[in-house]
Design a protein around this ligand. Sequence first.
Ligand code: ZN
Length: 332
Amino acid sequence: MSRQLSVRSFFNKPSNCDGVDKRGEKRGIDAVEDEGQASKTKTDNVQPAAEGQASGKELKREYRVQWEQEFKWLRREDGKMFCDICRKAKMSNGFVRGCTPMQKSALNDHKSSHSHIKASRVVNQSVAMVKHVEKSQVACNEALKIQLKVVLHMANTNTPSHLYPNLIQLLQSAGCPDLNSAHTYTHHETVNQMEEAIAMTISSTIDDRIANSKYVGVIVDETTNITVEEMLITYLTLQHKGEPETVFIGNYVIPSGTAECITTKIKDVLSGRGVAVARVVGLGSDGANVMVGRKAGVAQKMRLNDCPYLVNIHCGAHRTALAARDASKAVR
Ligand SMILES: [Zn+2]
């Protein structure tokens, strides 16, 4: 009995690890074995303890790095032992709060504890779920790439959007690998949304260049769409790394072709792209009175109100077309 008491007194009572209190004696022996301070038998373990007590020395329980090889989830922080798995699973146990006694038996007990086993299951399931989602996401992305290519091709070839489902069906019947039903849009209304997404992506690539150009020029021309709505096709000329560059901005519906409407639309478009109207120093257009009229043309309206240094240029291509028309009249 006296020997047993001396063993109990030798080991500090663990207080904050899973189930350590109940089996403190056993763990103490494990710890001594870990530290190579004791021989193989329990009886032999007792002897150095008694000697330690007798000499007033404390036997150090030190953390051993090699434990991390056996217990992959083990982490040491601020002199305490933690369990990565239980932390990830947000469990509540001694290895989440931090286990102080550096005993291998505490690690073994934690490994076989209900809490740790449950945490392992939770983490494994979440890892499997993440892998499944990632795999699904890759397949989804590949399917979307193909569908966006179809929509871009339709836009480039003026293909009506109601033919989109037919094109998708054609690709599916041809064995296109990623076009399975789970990730494939088949309704023709999707085409509009995809076109908008493509346009936004293309448009966003020139935003930086527009922002970095100190001055800009505007090139506009009136046109109509297939339903004969009046539209204003718009380009900007920029300075990019010392070189001039022309970028397409958009084709916008305008309520009418008056100078007032066109001027308002140009300002709206510039504002929408973050361009202050005062930065505009050039306006390229056809020679119509509504654009270049000296008193109330678009150029004059912009010059008077916002852009004092604006220079308007009658487009060379339009001039050439006029010259060709006049020449053909002369030939007749
Ligand atoms: Zn754990």
